[in-house]
Ligand binder design. Structure first.
Ligand code: P6P
Length: 337
């Protein structure tokens, strides 16, 4: 392309997904409509998060606003926006949110064939100090015509149709996979469009960074403790890995995806299943990692093979560069023998 052509050949996320359509001859544009409503939610949250600091300053967030209404917390507000956007898309039948104990069953009049599992604002405890936070989502489909039940949600992550996250940081970046690779889009606020900026993301095969909350070291099991020890005091004379831990999953995973390395939220004596939730944290991030050439492991099995029994079930997770995850798998296998 000439420079001129590139500047005018805006590849928006909608156009990108429509171009994918020939691979799904059966699709009637339903997925594109669903995705557009997810994108709408992300745009809203992006603007709300960016104003949050200001809103707090002028006494809106968390207190009563000028109309005297109690200003909703950002994660509750974000959840309301996503639920309303997804229901109004007319393409969903069940919604599972980190914010809601029970699943939302969409009314028959607006029901479609997609299930969306999502965390509307993961890491929201970091808003006040300006650390990047994000929305994480995964999409399943149900067989046509069946009355949807909660069993339809408890599917292994490998059956997801698509997964992604939107990170609200210095820029607003949406990373998406529909099962044929991973692509990143950055919001151009002047257009209000997500533009393709990171085509065909591939995670480096091996990385120089490990990402874990070292504060939990006292409670780690053997293989995790051995692996982290190896990162800090490599026996083969190689240089130690760097530690980078932001404490916001979307930010830690985004860095891992682009720079390589490994992100760990292991089990520990206090929380035998770790902290992160299977449906809307572990599965979407594991789906993206595999699509980008990396892998994701629970300490016992491939993360995407897990079959959840409960909506808000947790699992330990080790994800990132293929070779780095292989190393911790070997340590768990050795312990298992
Ligand atoms: P810890 C944020 O609260 C979160 O859910 C994830 O975004 C993040 O990876 C994790 O918890 C951080 O947990 O125990 O290290 O503070």
């Amino acid at each position: 392309h000439s420079a001129e052509a590139q500047r005018t050949d805006l590849m928006t996320i909608t156009r990108f997904v429509l171009n994918e359509q020939p691979k799904h001859p059966e699709s009637r544009g339903d997925f594109t409509i669903l995705l557009n409503h997810i994108v709408l939610g992300c745009k809203f949250v992006c603007s709300a998060v960016n104003k949050a600091g200001l809103a707090k300053l002028i006494g809106l967030a968390g207190e009563t606003n000028v109309q005297g209404e109690e200003q909703k917390k950002l994660d509750v507000l974000s959840n309301d926006v996503f639920i309303k956007a997804l229901v109004s898309s007319g393409r969903t039948c069940i919604l599972v949110s980190e914010e809601d104990e029970e699943a939302t069953f969409v009314d028959k009049s607006l029901r479609g064939r997609y299930i969306v599992v999502f965390d509307p604002l993961d890491g929201s405890s970091n808003i006040d100090c300006g650390v990047s936070i994000g929305t994480i989502f995964g999409i399943y489909t149900v067989k046509e015509g069946q009355e949807p039940t909660i069993e339809d949600v408890l599917q292994p992550g490998k059956d997801m149709l698509a997964a992604g996250y939107c990170m609200y940081g210095s820029s607003c970046t949406l990373v998406l996979s529909t099962g044929s690779g991973v692509n990143g889009f950055t919001l151009d606020p002047s257009l209000g469009e997500f533009i393709l900026t990171h085509p065909d993301i591939k995670i480096p095969k091996k990385g120089k960074i490990y990402s874990v909350n070292e504060g939990n070291a006292k409670n780690w099991d053997g293989p995790t403790a051995k692996y982290v020890e190896k990162c800090k005091f490599p026996k083969d004379g190689s240089s130690p890995k760097s530690l980078r831990y932001i404490g916001s999953m979307v930010a830690d995973v985004h860095r891992t995806l682009l720079y390589g390395g490994i992100f760990l939220y292991p089990a520990d004596k206090k929380s035998p299943n770790g902290k992160l939730r299977v449906l809307y944290e572990v599965f979407p991030m594991s789906f993206l990692m595999e699509q980008a050439g990396g892998q994701a492991f629970t300490g016992k099995q491939r993360a995407l093979d897990l079959v959840p029994k409960k909506l808000h079930e947790r699992s330990p997770i080790f994800l990132g560069s293929y070779d780095d995850v292989e190393e911790i798998k070997a340590l768990y296998a050795a312990e298992g023998n």
